[in-house]
Design a binder for this molecule. Structure first.
Ligand code: PAF
Length: 273
């Protein structure tokens, strides 16, 4: 695997490549990220991963400063997983000037995580757009744990006519159901034991809906169960998976999404059915 830090090195290395498959990350890689690399490999072309902690998608008081930077370990894990190129730019390379041009997400970004993290998705879409322009991939792979993020990236690629296939990959979970996330490292041993309750709550909503409960009531019951268990709940919500809007009688696939804090750690998860 080659590691490059500058745009010039990246462009030189990828010159003439038409089939690049791209996996953007913020580093601190876990098994879930490495599965994205495996999925990227299956798509055929040379695999490029990026590691860049994107200041633009963190709000004031969020964990930008303490977000774990583990580039050496990440590079080794990526090489072992079969990645061909690691692009690890510094902030000056991605944002040489103040980034005053940003991608404006559609209104679906203002709900769910966007309601609790104003500006977050504009920051995500802006860096993803910029990385797409630098890497110029034919396809890009993203984890489905960040369901709203993936939905918005699909919209951006489609509405801005980006010639890039956006591929979602199923959430990786520990045996007890906890979705893998770089932020799981913040959990204390006690919090780690409690953390699978988030996934259990999502499954509970699905079962309640299957049993005939109204979606709003099922989500509210799950939020109150989590609250009683010591979580600070941002939201538990049910949406139409295709539109990210309230389900309608025409809905064929539902998604239950949740975000909640255990101590100072904010976790998100979702299931579709
Ligand atoms: O999902 C992430 O890790 C980040 O939001 C992404 C897509 C790499 C953009 O910084």
């Amino acid at each position: 695997m080659r590691t490059v830090h500058s745009t010039a090195e990246l462009r030189a290395l990828l010159a003439g490549e038409q089939r690049v498959v791209f996996v953007p990350t913020m580093g601190n890689l876990h098994r879930g990220h490495l599965r994205l690399i495996h999925r990227a490999r299956e798509l055929g072309g040379p695999v490029v991963a990026s590691v860049f902690v994107n200041r633009l998608q963190f709000g004031a008081g969020e964990d930008f400063d303490r977000y774990p930077r583990t580039l050496m370990d990440d590079a080794q894990a990526l090489a072992d997983a079969g990645c061909d190129v690691l692009f690890a730019p510094d902030e000056q390379t991605i944002y040489p000037n103040p980034q005053t041009v940003v991608v404006q997400p559609p209104s679906e970004a203002d709900q769910l995580c966007g309601e609790h993290r104003p500006g977050h998705f504009a920051g995500v879409l802006t860096v993803v757009c910029k990385l797409f322009n630098l890497v110029q991939p034919a396809a890009a792979v993203f984890g489905e744990k960040d369901f709203q993020q993936l939905w918005l990236i699909r919209q951006m690629a489609a509405q801005l006519a980006m010639p890039i296939r956006i591929v979602g990959h199923a959430t990786e979970r520990d045996a007890d159901g906890l979705a893998l996330s770089s932020r799981n490292r913040y959990l204390s041993p006690v919090e780690r034991k409690v953390a699978p309750q988030l996934y259990a709550a999502l499954c509970g909503v699905r079962e309640s809906i299957h049993a005939g409960m109204a979606v709003g009531a099922a989500a509210a019951a799950a939020a109150s169960t989590l609250g009683a268990g010591g979580w600070e709940v941002d939201y538990v919500a049910v949406r139409d998976a295709a539109s990210l809007r309230e389900p309608t009688p025409e809905t064929t696939t539902w998604v239950v999404l949740a975000a909640a804090r255990l101590g100072s750690t904010r976790l998100i998860d979702n299931i579709t059915f």
